[in-house]
Design a protein around this ligand. Structure first.
Ligand code: M6R
Length: 602
């Protein structure tokens, strides 16, 4: 995935375009580039490296009212100056930026080479400006040439194009996001709203096969047959400051500290008189459902595991699948199966594919997502929003907490509709859920994780163990730790240690034992197993779990709350451990190597 941006205005677009590229860097950051049109020719600057490097390179003469920009996460061709976008045709009149993969680029490139076109990069993208060039040479205008070019593409893509001397930006999408921002004196186009949020909150989400023609004061959307289509103008309720780093060193740290606010937004108006009130999901919504399947990737998969645990606990059949694996063995579904895509971005290609497959086979689909207008929200039968606000750091933090809080609410509705009974202990659990923001605040204000996180750096590995909902937190904590420190970390079900992983445990492998207050005796016996092999044990548990905390070499305490919710608090402590360890190692925390925020390729 990559970040695409465009601005068309009556004033100069260079500075706002660079700002929007900075705002999109979470989507990719191995190379960046812009193309500016000043009425006559195109000025292009692109290179390997981050947007700041591009900015330093830009000197006078690149300005213009119309421009497109790109920040890349490479798929076809390694990061290099020549593979950076925008790409142009032979004449240098057509410039294109692209996100996604063109599957039939090989055969298209062969025909173009035969026709005499010359290529400068190893990317699939470069065929697009050459296809447009062929159309222009055959007498088509820019819009028709663009339409004809994209009509030949197979795969998933979002594409934006400018042509020298033409006052428009042209764009289309198929499977990759594109959103239009309507401003007062300028119009915008981007892969995601934070690109232009400081200028406008009026947006149009493009749909697959829409072809956009955007000028400084107008927009027109047509379908693949050329007929005009109307898409609603929506208002985004995100605050521009939410997408800024403020006084924090990293977005990740800011987003960890934003969790109490994010959770208040998640829960706002959703717990009333000791019961769950979900807009659009009144009691009875799921009475025809018999089983639930969660499909998700990465951190969202760990949130899905927690949802599965909650439902199973109250007698509802539920399973969680890694989206890409779901596609290797599509699970049996029918109209009584609810398939929930857990995806903060709503754009993860693997999850979208799993949802599409389930829907085609007759299941009911639900997107549990953070992004209104995202592909998951628009293509599923229903969408339930986690309302965490924009998350920019590649490492998911506040969206995980908001996902799991939303899953507690959803589980309440599902269990009642499916079994006819409320969840066991539902009043106490909902009360604890309402207090969760306050409890998370206590954890984010606790400086202990920062103090101990450096202690074992450089050791052979960091292990995380837990039972029940803490097992999914063990996996999540290990993912977070390896993602931003680049150190070896693994999460295990505590009971599995003795079936193999114990062979790895030495004095050089700190073990974080995650307690929820339940399964105490068994977790303690797992702790004894690792302690007797000399491993330092760090207990992460509620204050009330004195035996676990006292028996460990170190501890990270969390407020005592309902045992079903404790794991959310322990996870916040472990987010802080990962953050401070990575910071001590001077890692690129918000942009870890080889990773990007939203993975829109399969
Ligand atoms: O947008 P999604 O929730 O679908 O993203 C899924 C994963 O790519 C994501 O959670 C990833 O694992 C995070 N970078 C982990 O911090």
């Amino acid at each position: 995935m990559c970040g695409i941006t465009a601005r068309v205005a009556t004033d100069d677009s260079l500075v706002p375009l660079l700002e929007s590229l900075h705002n999109l860097e979470y989507r990719g950051y191995d190379s960046a580039g812009i193309a500016m049109s000043n009425g006559s020719g195109l000025n292009i600057c692109k290179q390997e490296g981050e947007v700041a490097d591009l900015e330093a390179e830009l000197t006078d003469g690149r300005s213009g009212p119309i421009g497109i920009g790109h920040t890349r996460w490479s798929t076809h061709g390694p990061p290099s100056d020549s593979n950076a976008h925008p790409h142009t045709d032979c004449s240098g009149r057509v410039a294109v930026v692209h996100n996604g993969i063109i599957e039939n680029y090989d055969s298209l490139k062969r025909s173009l080479l035969k026709a005499g076109h010359e290529f400068e990069s190893e990317t699939d993208t470069e065929i697009i400006p050459h296809l447009v060039e062929s159309g222009l040479e055959s007498g088509l205008d820019a819009e028709a040439a663009f339409r004809e070019a994209v009509g030949q593409l197979e795969g998933s893509y979002a594409v934006a194009m400018i042509v020298a001397g033409d006052p428009m930006v042209y764009a289309t999408r198929n499977g990759s996001p594109l959103v239009v921002g309507l401003g007062e004196t300028a119009n915008y186009l981007a892969s995601d709203v934070p690109a232009f949020l400081e200028y406008t909150d009026r947006v149009i989400y493009l749909e697959d096969d829409d072809l956009l023609t955007l000028s400084a004061n107008s927009h027109r959307i047509t379908n693949s047959d050329g007929a005009q289509v109307s898409r609603p103008i929506e208002t985004v309720d995100w605050d521009p400051e939410d997408a800024e780093k403020g006084s924090y060193d990293h977005y990740m740290l800011k987003e960890i500290h934003e969790q109490p606010v994010a959770l208040r937004q998640t829960l706002h108006g959703r717990i009333e008189d000791g019961d769950v009130s979900l807009d659009g999901f009144p009691p009875g919504t799921f009475e025809d459902i018999e089983r639930v399947q969660f499909v998700a990737c990465g951190t969202s998969y760990h949130a899905g595991m927690y949802g599965e645990w909650l439902l199973n606990k109250d007698g509802v059949e539920a399973n969680t699948y890694i989206s890409s694996e779901y596609m290797t063995t599509p699970q049996p579904v029918d109209e009584s199966t609810l398939v929930v895509g857990v995806t903060q971005s709503g754009e993860t290609a693997d999850t979208l594919e799993a949802l599409r497959s389930a829907r085609e086979r007759g299941a009911r689909t639900l997107a549990l997502t953070n992004v209104m207008g995202s592909t998951a929200a628009r293509t599923c039968d229903d969408a339930l929003f986690i309302r965490a606000g924009p998350e920019i750091g590649v490492a998911a933090t506040k969206t995980y907490s908001s996902q799991v809080a939303t899953l507690v609410l959803l589980a309440e509705r599902l269990v009642r509709d499916i079994t006819g009974e409320p969840t066991a202990d539902h009043e106490a659990r909902l009360e604890a859920l309402a207090n969760l923001p306050e409890h998370v605040e206590t954890v984010t204000e606790d400086g202990r994780a920062a103090r101990i996180s450096e202690r074992w750096l450089g050791d052979a590995g960091h292990f995380f163990i837990g039972r029940g909902p803490a097992y999914s937190v063990a996996l999540e904590a290990a993912l977070k730790f390896k993602e931003i420190t680049y150190e070896h970390a693994e999460g295990f079900a505590a009971g599995e240690l003795k079936h193999g992983p114990l062979a790895l445990v030495t004095e050089e492998t700190p073990v974080f034992a995650i307690g929820t207050g339940a399964y105490r005796k068994r977790l303690q016996s797992n702790v004894r197993e690792v302690k007797s092999r000399g491993a330092p044990v760090i207990a992460v548990a509620p204050r009330s779990d004195e035996e676990l905390l006292d028996g460990a070499s170190e501890y990270l305490a969390v407020p005592a709350t309902h045992p079903d919710l404790v794991s959310i608090l322990t996870n916040v402590q472990l987010q802080l451990v990962a953050y401070h360890a990575a910071n001590a190692m001077n890692r690129a925390i918000d942009k870890p190597r080889n990773l990007a925020k939203s993975v829109t390729v399969e």
